[in-house]
Design a protein around this ligand. Structure first.
Ligand SMILES: Cc1ncc(COP(=O)(O)O)c(C=O)c1O
Length: 396
C-alpha cells in the first residue's frame, strides 16, 4: 500500500501504544500495575452525565455550528475571565474534539513547510509529531530538573529565528508535573518580546495543582495577549477524557482559519457532549478539590516510595498527575548480566518481568527518566512500588 509521504515523518504515540499493551496483558488475566494512563481514574460527575442524557432525550442530536454552540462558547469566555482573567469574545473561541484536536488545528492553520516551533523538553509526546504533520520543524530547548524544568530565557532568545512561528508552553506539564513560577513566565515573556511568534499555552492541567498558583503567561505579560492562543478542555479537570472536548481561544484570524479546517474535516464536536461540557463549566466544582486532594495523597506516596529506591531520584511535581523520576543512576547497572543502558530497556524489563507499566523518558525528549502516572489507586501504587523494589534488588 502506498501511503502519503507525511506519514513517514511521524511515529505512533508511545504512551497510547504502551497503554494498549498493558491493557491487553490485563485482559489476558495478567496482573499489571499500570502507571501509563493519562487520565483521571475518577468517573465523570453525575450532573454532567445527566445534562448530556437530558439533551439526547430532548432530541439534541443534530449538527451544531462547527465552532460549538453559542452558549458553550459564552461559558468558555466566562471561565477564561473568571479563572484566568483573560477577556475573550465567543467569536475568538473554537470548540474541538479534545484539546489535542485544538492543537492539531493550530499547527495546521499556522505552519508552512519548514516553519519552526519551539518546544521545551521534556514535552508531551504529541507536540513534535503534530508540528511535523503540518510540515513544520520542531526546535527543542532543553530544560533541567535543577531549574524546576523552567527554560533559560537566553536559550529561547538563541532559538528564535525568522522562521519561528510559535512556542509551546505547558504548565502544569506532562510529563514533568512542573508548574512555571511567575519569575519563569516573566523570563519567557521577556525572551519572546522582540519576536512576533505565537504563544501556544496548553493549560489542560490547570486545575490539578498541589502547590503555588496557576498562571497563564498573559497574567504576567498582558501585552502578549494579541499573539496568545490558550488551549484547554474538559478531559483532566472534569474527568471527561472519553467525551473528547477541548477548546482554543485566541486571535480572530487564527481561530477563523482553524474553524475552516474543522469545517472541512470533523465539523462540530458531538452535540450532546457540548451540553455536558456546558453543564460542567456552569456547575459546582467541589469534586475537583476532592480529586486534587486524593491525587495529593498519592503524590506523597509515590514520590517517597521512588526516592527510597537506590539509583532513583524523584522530584515532587507541583501539578498534573505524573512523576518523572530520574533513573540515570540505574542505567549503568545490569539485569541478567546485560547493562540496562536506556530508560526504554528499563520499561521493557519492568513490563515483561515485573508486571509494571511505565513510560520511558526518551519519547518525551528526556532520556534517563521514566514517567509514571499516579492517576491510579493507592493500592496499585503500593503494589507497583513493591515490584520496583524487587526490580532494583535484582540488578547487579
Ligand atoms: C499536555 C497535554 N495536552 C493536551 C492533551 C490532550 O487532551 P484532550 O483529551 O483534551 O485531547 C493531553 C492529554 O494527555 C496532554 O497531556
Amino acid at each position: 500500500m502506498q501511503l502519503a509521504q507525511r506519514i513517514k515523518a511521524i511515529k505512533p504515540s508511545p504512551t497510547l501504544a504502551l497503554n494498549a499493551r498493558a491493557k491487553a496483558l490485563a485482559a489476558q488475566g495478567v496482573d499489571v500495575a499500570g502507571f501509563v494512563a493519562g487520565e483521571p481514574d475518577f468517573d465523570t460527575p453525575e450532573f454532567i452525565k445527566q445534562a448530556a442524557i437530558d439533551s439526547l432525550k430532548a432530541g439534541f442530536t443534530k449538527y451544531t455550528p462547527t465552532a460549538g454552540i453559542p452558549e458553550l462558547r459564552e461559558a468558555i469566555c466566562a471561565k477564561l475571565q473568571r479563572d484566568n482573567q483573560l477577556t475573550y469574545t465567543p467569536d475568538q473561541v473554537l470548540v474541538s474534539v479534545g484539546a489535542k484536536h485544538s492543537l492539531y488545528n493550530i499547527f495546521q492553520a499556522l505552519l508552512n513547510e519548514g516553519d519552526e516551533v519551539i518546544i521545551l523538553t521534556p514535552y508531551w509526546v504529541s507536540y513534535p509529531d503534530m508540528v511535523l504533520l503540518a510540515g513544520g520543524r520542531p526546535v527543542f530547548i532543553e530544560t533541567r530538573e535543577e531549574n524546576g524544568f523552567a527554560p533559560d530565557p537566553e536559550a529561547i532568545r538563541r532559538a528564535l529565528t525568522p522562521r519561528t512561528r510559535a512556542i509551546v508552553l505547558n504548565s502544569p506539564s506532562n510529563p514533568s508535573g512542573a508548574v512555571f513560577s511567575r519569575a519563569a513566565l516573566e523570563g519567557i515573556a521577556a525572551a519572546v518580546k522582540g519576536h512576533d511568534c505565537l504563544i501556544i499555552s496548553d493549560d489542560i492541567y490547570e486545575k490539578l495543582l498541589y502547590e503555588g498558583q496557576f498562571l497563564n503567561i498573559a497574567n504576567v505579560a498582558a501585552d502578549l495577549v494579541p499573539r496568545l492562543v490558550v488551549v484547554n478542555g474538559m478531559s483532566k479537570a472534569y474527568s471527561m477524557t472519553g467525551w473528547r472536548l477541548g477548546y482554543a481561544a485566541g486571535p480572530k484570524p487564527l481561530i477563523s482559519a482553524m474553524q475552516m479546517i474543522q469545517d472541512q474535516s470533523t465539523s462540530n464536536p458531538t452535540s450532546m457532549v457540548q451540553k455536558g461540557a456546558l453543564a460542567a463549566l456552569k456547575g459546582p466544582t467541589d469534586f475537583i478539590a476532592t480529586m486534587v486532594e486524593e491525587f495529593r495523597a498519592r503524590r506523597e506516596l509515590i514520590v517517597s516510595g521512588l526516592n527510597a529506591l537506590e539509583g532513583v531520584k524523584c522530584r515532587k511535581p507541583e501539578g498534573a498527575f505524573y512523576v518523572f523520576p530520574d533513573v540515570r543512576g540505574l542505567l549503568q547497572r545490569s539485569y541478567k548480566g546485560a547493562p540496562l543502558g536506556t530508560s526504554a530497556r528499563i520499561s521493557e524489563i519492568l513490563l515483561d518481568d515485573f508486571r509494571v507499566a511505565v513510560v520511558p523518558g526518551a519519547p518525551f525528549g528526556a532520556e534517563g527518566y521514566l514517567r509514571l502516572s499516579f492517576a491510579t489507586s493507592r493500592e496499585v501504587i503500593q503494589k507497583g512500588l513493591g515490584r520496583l523494589r524487587d526490580f532494583v534488588a535484582a540488578l547487579s
